[in-house]
Design a protein around this ligand. Structure first.
Ligand code: AHR
Length: 505
């Protein structure tokens, strides 16, 4: 039986959270599985360009309008020698990648990836190896990428065919260094020291760069919070952001509980902000540290299949989650969580981008297609630019296994003053029926509904595949309407909604 729930939202132009940093809509490409080889790069593919990059993948990436892409890892970076990936391709070594137990052929390296991101209309967020390597390799990589000329590494880049510096502005000081699975994992003190010393010299080479220090690899880590405090105590004055990572899954097939997971994400963000501000207070600092949520997504579907993958091959299918409707709803809610704290979360990276827990899938030698999660990410990236507005929400609620008082409505508003556009992103978590939604849009007189995009499906487990790439796609059939500043809509059962309004011409 259909059970309709109710929710109200007040949005006011002057109640602002913050300007949204466009880098909130970043992504991540790691040397992992078929992300690079068979994903973005496949020289024999019919759509490949002169550098071997797949044209079909590039056009899907462009649809997402991604400002920044984190590279080359992830766990991979903690064993990576960046020098292996530059210079003549026929002289590059094949290496064992201990992070994912594969062979890395090094056909794609820093320079090719910079070229690819340019073609994608994006920029690189580069991670350095603080697992097996450290200060020296890190400063040399900054010199190779960013120093104009007249030094060993900048001249080496020129010799490799790149006369202009790459000008990479954003750098990660390693990856998940608290995790026992990490190559060269460290205690907070060991990591804090190497991060500090690397940060100093990287900025001496190029003072214009910004640095992200590693926070915990998840809120569930036993050292969470203490790790952040100790690392920041050592590095606070030398870094610009601290990282957060989180992945959710519906392992016990409890969808109401799965959809509520973003309450955990909100807590995680708030906790890390509190730790940053504690260190700020302790140091009597005037500097406010921002957050880089540089790995977030749903990840669990592929866990069992991955255990059966043969080790030591090139580009095996790893982490190839096939996403369904409920995953897309969680991704939509995660985006709302990021926008809700846009005052402190300045960078976000959907992990990852192609084939590996990704919105874009390919068949090697075959087509590329959009997963369900592609759509909320694309909508947020395209329409979530501007100022995040502080909503007042009154919603019917439910309790789930791990959460109480879960609002059926998860929503946020983004105001683009320049374009005179207001966009509301909303997830209806009600699995039993619609959500009667009313919006009090006070200061937005003269605004009309441009479109109400809906992503839903009768089957929560419905997904897109190579054979059925358009099984779950958004439609414009939402019924949002506005009358005298009052917005009303029936948000369909289990749906992601984008209500776009603009000032009447
Ligand atoms: O994104 C997949 C992996 O998840 C990354 O390599 C690692 O940083 C995290 O544990």
């Amino acid at each position: 039986m259909e059970v309709v729930r109710k929710a109200e939202m007040i949005l006011e132009k002057d109640f602002q959270i913050s300007e949204i940093d466009p880098r909130l809509y970043g992504a991540f490409v790691e040397h992992l599985g078929r992300s690079i080889y068979g994903g973005i790069y496949e020289p024999g593919h019919p759509s490949a360009d002169e550098q071997g990059f797949r044209g079909d993948v590039l056009s899907l990436v462009r649809e997402l309008d991604i400002p920044v892409i984190r590279y080359p890892g992830g766990n991979f970076v903690s064993g990576y020698n960046w020098e292996d990936g530059v210079g003549p391709k026929d002289q590059r070594p094949r290496r064992l990648d201990l992070a994912w137990r594969t062979i890395e052929p090094n056909e794609v390296g820093v320079n090719e990836f910079v070229d690819w991101t340019r073609k994608a209309g994006s920029q690189v967020m580069m991670a350095v190896n603080l697992g097996t390597r450290g200060v020296d390799a890190a400063r040399n990589l900054v010199e190779y990428c960013n120093h104009p000329s007249g030094s060993y590494y900048s001249d080496l880049r020129i010799k490799h065919g790149y006369a202009q510096p790459h000008g990479i502005k954003l750098w990660c000081l390693g990856n998940e260094m608290d995790g026992p699975w990490q190559i060269g994992a460290k205690t907070a003190y060991e990591y804090g020291r190497i991060a500090l010393e690397s940060a100093k010299v990287m900025k001496w080479v190029d003072p214009s760069i910004e640095l992200v220090v590693c926070g915990s690899s998840g809120r569930g880590m036993p050292t969470f919070a203490q790790w952040e405090a100790e690392v920041l105590d050592l590095t606070y004055d030398h870094v610009d952001y601290i990282s957060l990572h989180t992945y959710y899954g519906n392992r016990d097939n409890d969808t109401p509980n799965f959809l509520a997971r973003t309450l955990d994400m909100d807590q995680f963000i708030n906790s890390v902000i509190a730790i940053c501000d504690y260190i700020k207070a302790k140091k009597r600092s005037s500097k406010t540290l921002h957050l880089s949520f540089d790995e977030w997504n749903v990840w669990y579907h592929s866990n069992e299949a991955d255990k059966k993958v043969e080790p030591w091959t090139v580009a095996p299918p790893l982490l190839e989650d096939v996403y369904n409707l409920e995953d897309a709803l969680v991704v939509g809610s995660m985006l709302i969580s990021l926008i809700r704290r846009a005052d402190r979360v300045k960078i976000g990276c959907l992990a990852q981008l192609v084939n590996v827990i990704a919105p874009i899938m390919t068949q090697t030698g075959g087509p590329a297609w959009r997963q369900t999660t592609f759509y909320p990410f694309m909508h947020a990236s395209l329409y979530g630019r501007g100022t995040a507005l502080l909503p007042v929400i009154k919603s019917d609620k439910y309790d789930s296994k791990d959460f109480t008082d879960v609002p059926y409505l998860d929503a946020i508003g983004v105001f683009n003053e320049e374009k005179e556009e207001l966009t509301i992103f909303a997830v209806n978590r009600n699995l039993e029926g619609g959500l009667e939604f009313t919006g009090d849009l006070r200061g937005f007189c003269g605004y009309e509904v441009v479109e109400h995009i809906v992503l839903t499906h009768e089957d929560l487990k419905a997904a897109n595949t190579a054979d059925q790439p358009n099984n779950v796609v958004p439609h414009l059939g939402g019924n949002a309407q506005i009358s005298e500043g009052k917005l009303s809509a029936l948000l369909p059962k289990q749906s992601w909604n984008v209500i776009r309004l603009a000032k009447k011409a």
